[in-house]
Design a protein around this ligand. Structure first.
Ligand code: FES
Length: 119
C-alpha cells in the first residue's frame, strides 16, 4: 500500500498530561472541533487532490502558555489561544485557502529537511 500524499499535519496541544498551557475543557473542546472539522470538510478524503490532512493530539509542544497551541506543518505556523470557533476559521482560511491568520499566530518556524545531509 502506498503512503498517502499529505498536505498538512496539524498538531494540537489541548489536553496535556500536566495541562500547563490551557484550560483542559477548552482544550478538549478544541480537539473535538478539530477532529470534526477535518472530517466534515473532507480533508481526510484519500481522493483529495492536494493531499490529506493529518491531525494529532500532542502532549506538550514546549510553549506551555496561552494555549491551546496548534502547530501546522509544513508551514511552521504556531497558533495560540485556539478555541473551537477559531478551529473552523483556521481550517478554512489557512488549510484550505492557504492564508494563515496572522493576528492569531504566536510564532513561525522553518522545517529544515537538509540537516541530515550536512556533515
Ligand atoms: S502543555 Fe501545551 S505546549 Fe506545553
Amino acid at each position: 500500500m502506498n503512503a498517502p500524499r499529505v498536505s498538512h499535519h496539524l498538531l494540537l496541544c489541548a489536553t496535556a498530561t500536566k495541562a500547563k498551557c490551557c484550560d483542559p475543557e477548552i482544550g478538549a473542546a478544541s480537539w473535538d472541533a478539530l477532529k470534526k472539522g477535518v472530517k466534515l470538510l473532507g480533508l481526510e478524503a484519500p481522493e483529495r487532490q492536494s493531499g490529506i490532512v493529518l491531525r494529532t493530539k500532542a502532549d506538550c509542544l514546549r510553549i506551555c502558555e496561552k494555549g491551546p497551541i496548534l502547530l501546522i506543518w509544513p508551514d511552521g505556523c504556531w497558533y495560540g489561544g485556539v478555541t473551537p470557533e477559531r478551529i473552523h476559521r483556521i481550517l478554512q482560511d489557512h488549510v484550505i485557502e492557504g492564508s494563515p491568520i496572522e493576528e492569531w499566530l504566536i510564532q513561525r518556524s522553518r522545517m529544515d529537511c537538509n540537516h541530515r545531509n550536512a556533515s
